[in-house]
Each structure stands twice: as C-alpha cells, then as structure tokens.
Design a protein around this ligand. Structure first.
Ligand SMILES: Cc1cc2nc3c(=O)[nH]c(=O)nc-3n(C[C@H](O)[C@H](O)[C@H](O)COP(=O)(O)OP(=O)(O)OC[C@H]3O[C@@H](n4cnc5c(N)ncnc54)[C@H](O)[C@@H]3O)c2cc1C
Length: 116
C-alpha cells in the first residue's frame, strides 16, 4: 500500500524551536543508526562514554551499575553529550544532505494521498 502524507497548511507557532536542554546521553543504538550520516564519529569525538552509573543517597552507601559485561553492543556505553551539541550535529548533517530545517511553524493538517 502506498502511503503519502502532505502538509496542507502551516501557521506560525509562537513557542516552536529548540526544546530545553534536558537530554544528556546518546544511546548505543542511536550511535549505530547514525553511523552512515557521519554524525556518530563526531559525537564520539565530542562526547564522554559513561561506563556505568552510581546512585547515591544521603546517609546510605552508594550503589553502582557497571555496563561492562551487561551491554553487549559495539558501543557498550551511554555517550554523555549535551542536547545542544546533538541538535547542532544533526542539523549540520541534515543541511549538508541538502535539506532545510524550518522552525516556528506548525503542521495543522495532513492528508493521506496513498492508494490502498
Ligand atoms: C527530561 C527528559 C530527558 C531525556 N533525556 C534523554 C537522553 O538523555 N537521551 C535520549 O536518548 N533520550 C532522552 N529523552 C527521550 C527523548 O527526549 C525522546 O525519546 C525523543 O525526544 C523523541 O523524539 P521525537 O522526535 O519522537 O519527539 P520529540 O522530541 O517530542 O519531537 C517532536 C517535535 O514535534 C513538534 N511538534 C508537535 N506537533 C507539531 C505540529 N503540529 N507542528 C509542528 N511541530 C510539532 C514538537 O514541538 C517537538 O519539537 C529524554 C526525555 C525527557 C522528557
């Protein structure tokens, strides 16, 4: 079944744009998926692999989880990288591929033009 979706109309959206800088880590599978774009290589050069996490609570001993031996993947770690850097690298790759990012617009309608 062919499925197509086209934008019907756009209006200005006041609060669209970059979201708050909340995301801090890139997952192994994301690094794998982005390999063909060249973004993974740049992320690895700028980020810091997190090989485990330590939870601490006042007056209680810290607990640790180490990923070694637990995460069986080409990239056996979470890559610490700011959301701003991740967004910049993705935007650069997207634009290098000839596409254009449009901000402050809202999709208000979508029509399926596919044939079943
Ligand atoms: C606090 C927090 C921290 C997180 N940290 C991490 C992390 O460290 N690592 C990680 O891998 N994941 C993290 N996540 C999960 C991650 O944010 C999501 O998995 C990811 O953002 C999903 O991407 P998405 O493109 O599907 O949706 P979104 O990121 O939600 O993107 C959807 C976008 O579409 C826009 N939009 C919606 N409706 C319209 C419309 N009608 N017209 C135009 N635009 C529209 C929205 O404004 C939004 O910008 C975190 C999530 C939260 C809440």
């Amino acid at each position: 079944m062919a499925v197509g979706c086209v934008t019907h109309s756009y209006i200005q959206k006041i609060n669209a744009g970059l979201e708050a800088d909340a995301k801090i880590a890139v997952n192994p599978r994301t690094l794998e998926i982005l390999e063909p774009t060249g973004v993974t290589e740049k992320m690895l050069a700028l980020g810091m692999p997190m090989r485990g996490v330590r939870f601490s609570q006042r007056s209680k001993p810290a607990r640790e989880i180490l990923f070694k031996g637990q995460v069986r993947h080409k990239y056996p770690f979470l890559l610490a990288l700011s959301q701003a850097t991740t967004e910049r690298l993705l935007a650069e790759a997207f634009e290098k591929a000839g596409d254009r990012i449009e901000r402050r617009i809202e999709l208000i309608a979508c029509r399926n033009e596919g044939e079943s």
